[in-house]
Design a protein around this ligand. Structure first.
Ligand code: SAM
Length: 275
């Protein structure tokens, strides 16, 4: 049976979680992991001194949180811009007392075996990552009296970045990543993916469910499915932290009579090698 649990990771808004802990240049990255989510995963599935890998590390949230918790980490990122920022964020963490060390490499998650240093093979206790998807759901919004302006909603202009590919190609890439993961994981090591369902043209895309299929094709099985709450709990009510895009989508659907609700959680899928 698959185990499950609820993680409280949005008691503080994302900006508050990152303030002072990440360099201000991190803000424009369109889809950062919540620091509290990364920290919860690191604490749950690794111990001090363990090695953590994020093969799509963005601005390095996994690495920074791992370093603050005394784990070492390796990050892989396709875009040199984000890889440099991830390394700078790790330096910032070390300047603020983080004990762990982390190295960031520019590369492709589908070939992580050839990117990760040879001495890390079989040493990684946890791979923690979130795939890029749904560019329409990302970005920063500024509202004026006459208009709404969207910025920072792309990872790059490079069409080969997985964020610009269709869902089928992203899923095939995740299967490739799982196949390679077997070679770097320690015995008993796990792969943790965070992803949320999203809507495209009003239709719900069950990305977490599709990722389970991609993992199984890569030789892994789901052992835990957790819910990371993207809202805060205040006594008898939930405080939503929905993005402009989520609210916009739901409002539009309701105007057309569809009783949609905002999605207020992210799935945390935990995989082990299939037995
Ligand atoms: C959802 S973001 C990850 C964000 C990260 N968890 C953080 O907190 O900053 C996905 C990242 O994957 C990167 N990416 C896209 N294609 C890739 C590939 N083939 N290999 C490695 N990274 C890739 C994107 O540039 C993006 O930074």
């Amino acid at each position: 049976m698959t185990r499950s649990s609820v993680w409280d990771v949005a008691e503080k808004p994302s900006q508050v979680q990152r303030r002072g802990r990440y360099l201000p240049d991190s803000m424009p990255h369109p889809a950062k992991m919540l620091p509290a989510l990364a920290a919860t995963a690191v604490e749950a599935y690794t111990g001090p001194g363990d090695l953590v890998l994020d093969p799509m590390c963005g601005i390095g949230t996994t690495l920074v949180e791992a370093a603050h918790l005394g784990r070492d980490a390796i990050g892989i990122e396709y875009e040199p811009r984000w890889a440099a920022l991830a390394q700078a964020n790790v330096g910032h963490a070390r300047d603020h007392g983080a004990a762990g060390r982390a190295e960031v490499l520019v590369g492709d998650c589908r070939h992580l075996r050839s990117v990760v240093p040879a001495d890390a093979a079989g040493q990684v206790a946890m791979i923690l990552t979130s795939p890029p998807y749904g560019a329409s759901t990302h970005g920063r919004i500024r509202t004026g009296s006459q208009c709404v302006r969207k910025s920072d909603y792309r990872y790059s202009a490079d069409r080969a970045n997985l964020a610009h590919r269709g869902l089928d190609e992203i899923l095939a890439s995740m299967t490739a990543m799982f196949r390679e993961a077997s070679f770097v994981l320690s015995p008993g090591g796990v792969v943790v993916l965070t992803a949320r369902p999203y809507r495209r043209f009003g239709v719900l895309v069950d990305l977490p469910g599709r990722l389970v299929g991609a993992a199984e094709a890569g030789g892994f099985e789901l052992v835990e499915r957790n819910v990371a709450l993207l809202c805060a709990r205040r006594r008898d009510r939930l405080v939503p932290r929905a993005s402009f895009f989520q609210l916009n989508e739901v409002r539009r659907a309701r105007q057309h009579g569809a009783p949609l609700r905002v999605i207020a959680h992210e799935d945390v899928l935990v995989f082990a090698r299939a037995s």
